[in-house]
Design a protein around this ligand. Sequence first.
Ligand SMILES: Nc1ncnc2c1ncn2[C@@H]1O[C@H](COP(=O)(O)OP(=O)(O)OP(=O)(O)O)[C@@H](O)[C@H]1O
Ligand SMILES: [Mg+2]
Length: 255
Amino acid sequence: MSFLSIKNIHHTYFTKETTTTALEDISLSIEEGEFISFLGPSGCGKTTLLSIIAGLIPPTEGEINIDGKKVTKPESTIGYMLQQDYLFPWKTIEENTLLGPLITKTKNNQKRESARRLLREMDLLDVENLYPSQLSGGMRQRVALVRTLINEPKILLLDEPFSALDYQTKLKLENLVSTTLKNFNKTALLVTHDIGEAIAMSDRIFLLAANPGRIAKTFLVPQELREEKPFDARQHPSYSKLFQAIWKELESLEN
Ligand SMILES: Nc1ncnc2c1ncn2[C@@H]1O[C@H](COP(=O)(O)OP(=O)(O)OP(=O)(O)O)[C@@H](O)[C@H]1O
Ligand SMILES: [Mg+2]
């Protein structure tokens, strides 16, 4: 039995005038510790799929199981990180990172200590008492990641978390996030528009086609690339071959 199973997910949005089939028959199995990426055109249902896995939207059909248990509502085993960091501007960095424990009433000194440790691991030193507006975009994204990790989720859902950042910051964060998630053996699902990022970070890549959203193709990232940190994977000889293959496939999907 796989760790995360996505079984025959169909999803249709109904409004007064329209119905949109966002997802059609998505099935996949993901092992614990795997890093998965979803690539696909705008509107192919990537965010819808993550929201269904997170338990935020009940799918029209199908089910999600984590560790054999059906997902029916948002749970702390799943961490969801969005494109924007959504830090509360009126709270300090420490208060922001401890939001989860505050809500679940588990905020204590041990959590405070873990927050500090995670911030240090993310190269954020002496920022606890600052406010989000005093940090750069990349720093805020790292704080948002600490806020997600503090709840000790088993699965991380990352919806274009680096897309608002400049290229250099993005490359640095890819390395940092990849190393951190590997150290904690976290399972991660990343949505991205960046083919390179998908190759550099993942074990497997799913290409989605649009209207309705469905899995068009799966790529296995070769072992020699998986062993490298994202930055080094981008320089590896195998990288450009896979890049070309995915590029070609995406082009043919668009036509
Ligand atoms: N709340 C909603 N009500 C109605 N239709 C919706 C809703 N949310 C999304 N859709 C539609 O469902 C489809 C999939 O949307 P979704 O946001 O999942 O795509 P996406 O792949 O994340 O796109 P992007 O890459 O632009 O973020 C689109 O056609 C969108 O218009
Ligand atoms: Mg989206």
